[in-house]
Design a protein around this ligand. Structure first.
Ligand SMILES: *[C@@H]1O[C@H](CO)[C@@H](O)[C@H](O)[C@H]1NC(C)=O
Ligand SMILES: *[C@@H]1O[C@H](CO)[C@@H](O)[C@H](O)[C@H]1NC(C)=O
Length: 300
């Protein structure tokens, strides 16, 4: 598997068959990178190293499937970003290149967006929730991936649920997904190599009454379930200070998680040294709040 050495040096491939596979329409830098197809004819199983490279390169087999997929779904794609290879390939990969399944997943997603007015989610006012259930979306890992970070144990989820706010609560969490995916697209438009985000969840103070209550579980469930609408968004989902009781919640959640979510999930216990070592390897300290061992002031 040959990877692009310099992703922004597009005329990297000289061979005529690669040139021939270039699609006429150019959808901007990142997707034209995708078009610089890495040819894998001779390889049985392409193996990829770094996730961002996996996102920015495409095998011949994927390229063929992608063009069929584009024809299949084109009429449903209303936003320009949806027509880009980098967007479409994720649905295909999430479906193991099964065109029908990928179409189904994508259409389900569009239906969900339409029915829930997701396009306007970022302009909704959630100031009350921001105070009670703070999360951050304005810090970045060492490679510039935006991060969603929060200390779940500080959230009185039960309160929101009992106040009939469960649905609004999951919307508020969906807003974080929208925030980072919007940021990622903006970064790509600026020529940055960013395709994913990081999720940091601190479970210190987690207790069954406030966050693990039976009525709370559907909200947590929905949170993980909605990851299907953002395929392969998470580079890592890092849980730190995970108490033993949360293992029960995880056991319930695992079967509904998308395979790539399961892969991204890194569950750390209360050994601070262990999880800090991992976080420091991917994130600078000034991008971490104190709850995560960093130097940024915490929001609590
Ligand atoms: C993008 O990623 C590639 C491969 O990881 C790297 O070689 C290149 O320098 C990166 N480009 C930018 C602008 O960061
Ligand atoms: C994402 O969230 C950050 C921090 O709350 C905010 O400053 C930024 O404007 C948001 N970006 C988008 C695209 O909503």
């Amino acid at each position: 598997m040959q990877l692009l050495k310099n992703l922004f040096n597009i005329p990297y491939f000289k061979s005529p068959e690669v040139q021939a596979m270039k699609v006429e329409t150019s959808f901007g830098k990142i997707s034209s990178l995708l078009l610089a197809v890495v040819v894998c004819f001779l390889l049985v199983e392409p193996t990829f190293g770094i996730p961002v490279e996996e996102d920015l390169t495409i095998t011949y087999k994927e390229k063929v499937a992608l063009e069929k997929f584009r024809q299949l779904v084109l009429e449903h794609l209303k936003d320009d970003y949806m027509k880009q290879d980098i967007y479409l390939i994720r649905w295909l990969r999430a479906a193991n290149l099964d065109l029908k399944l990928a179409e189904q997943k994508l259409l389900d997603n569009l239906k969900w967006r339409e029915e829930n007015d997701i396009d306007n989610l970022l302009s909704e006012d959630f100031s009350d929730f921001e105070r009670d259930y703070p999360y951050t979306t304005d810090t970045y890992d060492k490679t510039g991936r935006p991060m969603i970070a929060f200390t779940f144990g500080d959230w009185d989820l039960r309160k929101a649920v009992l106040a009939g706010q469960a649905r609004r609560f999951t919307r508020y969490l969906d807003r974080a997904f929208e925030n980072v995916t919007t940021q990622i697209r903006a970064k790509q438009a600026r020529g940055e190599n960013v395709t994913q985000s990081q999720f940091l969840i601190n479970l210190e103070n987690f207790n069954l009454a406030q966050q693990g209550c039976i009525q709370c579980l559907p909200a947590i469930f929905t949170y993980f379930q909605h990851q299907v609408y953002y395929p392969n968004l998470a580079d890592n989902i890092v849980l730190v200070n995970t108490p033993t009781v949360f293992e029960v919640v995880l056991r319930i959640l695992r079967p509904i998680m998308a395979p790539e979510t399961r892969v991204a999930l890194k569950v750390f216990g209360t050994n601070r040294q262990q999880w800090q070592q991992f976080l420091y390897s991917i994130i600078d300290k000034d991008q971490l709040s104190r709850d995560f061992g960093g130097t940024r002031s915490s929001y609590r």
